[in-house]
Design a protein around this ligand. Structure first.
Ligand SMILES: [Zn+2]
Length: 414
């Protein structure tokens, strides 16, 4: 090897080392109101089956996504279910989930008890004979301070939960089927692992070459109990992958990166809001101190760089008290200045009797919506479904919002 070639060879090595270390560091994003997302302790719930001996009643939290911290008998037909969050302070997403049965048929009453300052939020959903339903309102007794429910117990267990259970195993079954049914253009990967070693999955979707294709990012389940938002995410993604002419044209032009469960530890531990690090991951989109956000951001960044592509739109699916789209006020300067106006107009035109509920404010705390804007100059939207929105309505909103997004983005290409 002559010295000239030698130098070029060394330069090549130096450049690839730089490129490698460059990949390791991901750009942080500054926010007006920083939030400390350093790992905090969580209280783990003891997994057990309570046996009210003289009554032949059993209550258990021995399944994924259960939340039941204690049980206290009041009399032979009533018990208190004690529900605590993983740590505090925490939002009032008072999630609960337990299983109950009896040795012989009987009516039994359960009174919910939360720590001081937290209130009953979710109407109980019941899983009986593998079928979910909302509890009969005649079996719910409310006072100003407490909620009690009546159940007709038998030997066959009933699951009582704040929302339908969608554990990491349930979610995996769904996205695995979806990915394999569309395997020629969906690749299913894991971006990394959570604190407790669960996979953080991603569906990477495009038809043909991904080079320079604009990217849309979809996220859900940062907050474990927000299952209605997850249902909208499911319908949204299923619509993008329904092999219609619209879907096919769209996926030839755009690249979708979808995270179907961002906080699997929190989901399976039955958390109210946080991950196994005791942190709200939707406050970590600045310095990425938690593994979930860090690895998702790393994957997005790497993909954009590799494809020389732009992130143009990010939708983060959640649930709250009502259907609402949280948007940023900054629009003109973004990659899609008219998208929000066009999209909301199209939703109202295509969903009967539907009125978009938009709340616009620029994110000051490190939430994903702000990360899309400040980190990528793109449109970020927190897509919220109401806790009580009926499933049929969620499916309709999920489908139409996906169809109209595709239509608008395709129009932009002309
Ligand atoms: Zn949320």
């Amino acid at each position: 090897m002559n010295s000239k070639r030698n130098k070029a060879y060394l330069l090549g090595i130096t450049l690839s080392i730089l490129a490698l270390t460059g990949c390791q560091s991901i750009k942080t994003v500054a926010f007006k109101t920083p939030v400390d997302t350093t790992t905090k302790a969580i209280h783990s719930q003891e997994k057990q089956t309570f046996n009210l001996k003289n009554d032949g009643v059993f209550v258990s939290n021995t399944f994924d996504a259960a939340r039941l911290n204690g049980l206290e008998k009041i009399n032979d037909s009533t018990a208190v279910v004690i529900i605590n969050p993983e740590n505090s302070p925490i939002n009032n997403s008072a999630y609960y989930a337990f299983k109950t049965w009896s040795s012989s048929p009987k009516s039994f009453y359960f009174k919910f008890q939360y720590p001081e300052g937290y209130l009953h939020r979710y109407i109980p959903k019941l899983k009986i004979n593998n079928q979910w339903s909302i509890i009969d309102s005649n079996h719910v007794y409310k006072t100003e301070r407490s909620v009690t429910i009546k159940l007709n117990l038998t030997k066959s267990p009933i699951i009582v939960a704040a929302q339908e259970i969608q554990s990491s195993t349930d979610v995996k079954l769904w996205y695995t089927n979806l990915a394999s049914a569309n395997a020629n253009y969906v690749s299913l990967k894991n971006v990394g692992k959570t604190t407790l070693g669960r996979n953080i999955p991603v569906l990477d979707i495009h038809k043909g070459d991904s080079k320079t294709k604009d990217v849309i990012v979809l996220i859900t389940r940062q907050h474990p109990p927000e299952v209605t938002g997850y249902f909208a995410f499911q319908k949204f993604l299923e619509t993008l992958l329904n092999n219609s002419d619209l879907s096919s044209r769209f996926l030839k032009q755009y690249h979708v990166i979808a995270f179907p469960i961002m906080n699997p530890d929190g989901v399976d531990l039955g958390h109210w809001r946080h991950n196994a690090g005791g942190v709200d991951t939707n406050r970590d989109w600045s310095l990425y101190k938690q593994p979930e956000v860090k690895q998702a951001v790393k994957y997005i960044t790497k993909t954009l760089k590799k494809n020389d592509a732009k992130l143009i739109l990010g939708l983060d699916f959640h649930s709250t008290y009502e259907d609402v789209f949280y948007t940023n006020k900054i629009r003109k300067e973004t990659t899609l200045p008219d998208f929000i106006t066009d999209w909301f107009k199209a939703l109202e035109a295509n969903i009967p009797n539907y009125k978009v509920n938009e709340k616009a404010a620029n994110s000051t705390k490190p939430v994903s919506k702000g990360w899309f804007l400040y980190g990528h100059n793109s449109v970020g939207i927190t897509y919220e479904i109401g806790d009580k929105t009926p499933k049929e309505d969620i499916k309709l909103i999920g489908r139409v919002s996906a169809e109209q997004m595709m239509q608008i983005l395709l129009k932009n290409k002309h």
